[in-house]
Design a protein. Structure first.
Length: 512
């Protein structure tokens, strides 16, 4: 006897168990014809895969970000089927007398459902990825006879595994799931555990999300939602292991932020043996002291080292900083090579982000024109406030300095790495134009303009183009997440713009 219990039949919206298992007497019939159109009746079926990302299983208003083996490495995926019967005489048929027989005649996955409909003719199977033959036989009692129709189709079960690793531009820094308005608690990624081991893994994942500051408003998650919702014939599994503050050296050996596993090891534990369809990454900024440089820019002129010690720098100290950046740039290619050797074994495609020009107000003869931005001091004794020496702003020359000496050389190394490892599927996301949407563009911050997880489903491209600024400011960061760490990061519109850039690259490889 075939094991119907192995079907993982999603019948709860349609039937009770007793109704499914009830045995009906055979109807008068002839041998089923291998046709789907006969004597005015036509039979067909449609199918779709059940969504896997964008789910709120615990109904707390947040999209689940499980990061568990049970979620990310299933053997089978839920596929839902709907029969379609048409015919001029169909209105004369009692639909509760139509008999449906669904079959998957494979040795490895063999299911048979044979029944008269009680509430709905829809069924669902759990099937592994790949091609599967599905047979639907329908018996339609009509007048003094029964028409037996049969349709066969081969469907392809495909679940895209999209994974994010890297630094704060990948984790979603500056864009928590629930903001900290009015003294509330800021909330980052949510988890619904399917781990039956009882080791409190669910709580640990939530703590990891909080420490790493992960959010489903980040660009990779927003792109994954778009892919999930755009094609019912595929599903998406999404994992985010990115950690704010990460460097290239730390991705394979990260031991801070109370997270005792590096990002690569986390992936091996969550998705062992499963090939990643799209590995997204932003990395390299912290290798070039991004956070320190931003802090320093607020100091007088281009004193890019003095802010670290809260005092003006000498010319010698400036030289030391410049040399440190140059040395760090020289180390990047070898570190990218190390990552490439690992990624080639676990990922089909690697999408690496070019860092956006956050201080560009517009372009003049295709050259960026930089702005001058004041950083509000009203939000307490944060590190931004402490480093003010003479000025309270980042001026045009400081933005220009960081663009020429940090951003441009870093992005060139990223482009070079993507080109070098193109044979291993590396693709650079290099077409997201932030000029005109930098930190100086746009209106003053209105708290109602940021709704956290309520921004999902994804904001449309037309909406973000209408927003002048795609960068989180200092005052906003304090209001939204309770600290300044989100400053000079993409806001929710900026992440959506990057998601669009990713989707343009993705479509060339994953959509026919």
């Amino acid at each position: 006897m075939k094991k119907l219990g192995m079907i993982f039949l999603l019948v709860f919206p349609f039937f009770t168990f007793g109704q499914i298992s009830k045995v009906f007497p055979d109807l008068p019939s002839t041998e089923p014809r291998v046709v789907h159109n006969y004597e005015g009746f036509s039979v067909d079926f449609d199918w779709k895969m059940a969504d896997r990302f964008g789910i709120d299983a615990n109904r707390n208003g947040l999209i689940d970000l499980p990061n568990t083996f049970q979620y990310a490495s299933p053997d089978k995926f839920v596929v839902q089927f709907t029969p379609i019967i048409t015919g001029a005489a169909l209105s004369q048929i009692n639909r509760f007398q139509i008999r449906y027989k669904w079959t998957t005649p494979e040795e490895s996955v063999s299911y048979v459902i044979d029944r008269i409909v009680i509430k709905s003719a829809n069924v669902a199977f759990s099937l592994p990825q790949g091609d599967h033959k599905i047979i639907l036989e329908v018996s339609i009692p009509y007048k003094e006879t029964t028409f037996n129709l049969k349709v066969e189709k081969t469907i392809t079960v495909k679940d895209y595994l999209i994974v994010a690793i890297g630094d704060s531009f990948s984790s979603g820094e500056g864009n928590p799931e629930i903001p900290k308005y009015n003294g509330g608690k800021v909330v980052w990624g949510d988890n619904v555990s399917s781990d039956p081991s009882g080791n409190n893994r669910a709580l640990q994942i939530i703590q990891d999300h909080q420490s790493a500051r992960r959010s489903t408003l980040c660009w990779s998650a927003q792109a994954a939602l778009e892919i999930e919702r755009s094609d019912p014939k595929t599903s998406v599994t999404y994992v985010n292991a990115a950690i704010s503050g990460a460097t290239l050296a730390e991705i394979a050996g990260y031991n801070s932020l109370n997270i005792d596993k590096n990002q690569i090891l986390q992936l091996f534990q969550i998705i062992p043996g499963r090939k990643i369809d799209a590995l997204t990454i932003s990395i390299g900024g912290n290798d070039l002291f991004f956070a320190d440089a931003i802090k320093s820019l607020v100091a007088n002129d281009v004193d890019l080292l003095g802010a670290l010690n809260y005092k003006p720098v000498s010319s010698q100290e400036q030289i030391i900083f410049d040399n440190n950046v140059k040395d760090a740039l020289k180390r990047l290619p070898a570190r990218f090579d190390t990552l490439a050797s690992v990624f080639s074994k676990i990922a089909e495609k690697v999408y690496i982000l070019e860092y956006p020009n956050l201080g560009c107000i517009d372009k003049d003869n295709n050259e960026p024109r930089f702005c001058e931005v004041a950083l509000d001091q009203s939000a307490g004794t944060s590190f931004f406030k402490k480093i003010f020496i003479k000025g309270e702003k980042i001026d045009q020359e400081e933005f220009k300095y960081s663009y020429n000496n940090i951003l441009q050389p870093l992005n060139q190394k990223i482009r070079d790495a993507a080109k070098k490892h193109e044979k291993h599927g590396w693709i650079c996301i290099d077409d997201v134009e932030y000029c005109g949407h930098g930190i100086c563009n746009g209106n003053r911050f209105n708290p109602s303009d940021y709704q956290g997880s309520k921004e999902s489903p994804p904001v449309s491209l037309n909406t973000i183009l209408g927003k002048g600024r795609w960068v989180r400011r200092y005052k906003e960061s304090n209001k939204i997440q309770g600290n300044e760490k989100g400053t000079m990061h993409p806001n929710h519109y900026g992440h959506r713009a990057i998601a669009e850039g990713f989707l343009r690259k993705w479509s060339a490889f994953h959509r026919k």
